[in-house]
Design a binder for this molecule. Structure first.
Ligand code: URA
Length: 444
């Protein structure tokens, strides 16, 4: 046995039906884990019986050797069963949620949740915080004075009934196995594994109790998935997991080579989202918001024509729900947003066409300016980030600002400039700039 493994994690030798070292060896040797092994290892890890180093080894074996569809499904179910399952069947209206795999400038949840809710489909959006170069929805909304991320299950239910949309933190009872696993993967370089990402996302979404789910799988330099083939495989895996669990699931593959919209950073992105809700804002943000809303409404059984969805951004229908949603969580939708104490600009060196603006470089620069965190417990600067004044394909004039860098701590500028080195380029003579479409593919 086994004694070594069990004792290392504090379990009495021989008291458990499986042996952690055997489970690790099975996957290390490219065998399939049995349903019993999976149920046990997730449960024992959640109870603190499987040591962190053992789970790290198992994660790495899964990362290297993969999992079958049956293993992924069982792994996901075991993570769901590690905590509570929410139930919105008493709401009297359909529910739909969206999950993004994470990108730079991805503020879409902010206009999307109230937009969909304004058509009578409830949106229980349990969101996370940013880690590394990708932003987190809760960090963005916390830039609004007074806004509260933590609600009880009863408060979520009441807000869905009254307003139709909630964006809040997932409670500690929802898929606790994923919370531990995600933190471990983050520090053991095992995040970018399709079975582990798919099960992580879907355990939370199925436990959350949504009836329909639209997944926004980001593809490109600023995303986990750098190429379309890998993104397609992740999307297929997630759609199958959702469908098998009775959740109507659709995935869009969307571009993340360039940042979304013209801002990256918490308060800056709230400001841009409010512009979209007021009928303005950047074209790509509007296009993706409408595309995802159309999918969510259709998946929830309430199809709405894209023109009508767009009109709800322009005529104030979605803005009314946004204001109600922010106020219900203690936020003041009219309060001024934080503004950075220091700003610097990157200027275009000559006339030309912006050929490239790299999402990863902009994301890292915004993070270094203070918009993101290096460790889970770090605070963020709400006002920090990057404002972009042109997108790839746009004509620029020599001397005009390309980027404005915002921070409260000016000593951060140098490291942000380093991240931006090589992250943007003007087209050479005769170079044709081809812009990728916002939505690259759709799977259902
Ligand atoms: N988002 C998640 O929730 N989990 C992952 O593993 C990756 C992205």
């Amino acid at each position: 046995m086994t004694d070594l493994a069990a004792t290392a994690a504090g379990a009495p030798a021989g008291a458990e039906p499986f042996d952690t070292v055997d489970v690790i060896r099975t996957k290390r040797d490219k065998q399939h884990l049995s349903p019993g092994q999976i149920d046990w290892v997730i449960d024992a890890y959640t109870r603190g019986l499987v040591a962190e180093e053992q789970m790290a080894a198992l994660n790495m074996a899964i990362f290297l050797n993969g999992m079958s569809r049956a293993e992924i499904e069982r792994w996901t179910t075991a993570m769901i069963n590690s905590g509570e399952r929410l139930d919105y069947s008493g709401l009297g209206m359909p529910t739909a949620d969206k999950h993004s795999t994470g990108g730079v400038g991805d503020k879409i949840t902010l206009p999307l949740a109230p937009l969909v809710a304004s058509f009578g489909v409830a949106v229980p959006q349990l969101s996370g915080r940013g880690l590394g170069h990708t932003g987190g929805t809760l960090d963005k909304l916390e830039a609004i004075p007074g806004w509260r991320a933590h609600l009880t299950n009863e408060e979520v239910f009441a807000q869905l009934q009254g307003v139709g949309a909630v964006i809040c933190a997932a409670g500690p009872g929802l898929a606790p196995a994923d919370k531990k696993l995600y933190a471990l993967r983050d520090v053991t370089s095992t995040v970018e594994s399709i079975p582990l990402i798919a099960s992580s996302i879907m355990s939370k979404k199925i436990a959350e109790g949504t009836g329909a789910l639209v997944l926004d799988v980001k593809v490109g330099s600023g995303a986990f998935m750098k190429d379309l083939a890998m993104a397609g495989e992740l999307a297929r895996t997630v759609v199958d997991l959702g469908t098998d669990a009775g959740v109507k699931t659709v995935a869009l593959l969307t571009d993340m080579d360039a940042p979304l919209g013209l801002t990256a950073g918490n308060a800056l992105e709230v400001r841009e989202s409010v512009e979209v809700l007021a009928g303005g804002g950047p074209k790509d943000v509007i296009e993706l918001t409408v595309a995802l809303a159309v999918e969510m409404l259709a998946a929830a059984g309430r199809p709405v024509d894209p023109d009508r969805v767009l009109a709800a951004l322009q005529d104030g229908q979605a803005m009314d729900t946004w204001r109600a949603m922010i106020s219900a969580q203690g936020g003041d939708p009219d309060a001024p947003l934080p503004v950075a104490k220091h700003r610097e600009q990157v200027l275009a060196p000559r006339d030309g066409v912006l050929a490239r603006l790299d999402a990863y470089g902009v994301g890292v620069a915004a993070w270094r300016l203070g918009a993101g965190r290096a460790r889970k417990e770090d605070p963020v600067q709400f006002a920090a980030g990057i404002e972009m004044h042109a997108k790839p394909g746009d004509q620029v004039v020599g001397g005009q600002p390309l980027l404005t860098l915002h921070t409260d701590t000016p000593e951060r500028f140098d490291r942000a400039y380093e991240a931006l080195e090589g992250a943007w380029a003007l087209a050479e003579d005769g170079q044709k700039v081809v812009r990728r479409p916002v939505v690259l593919d759709r799977l259902h």
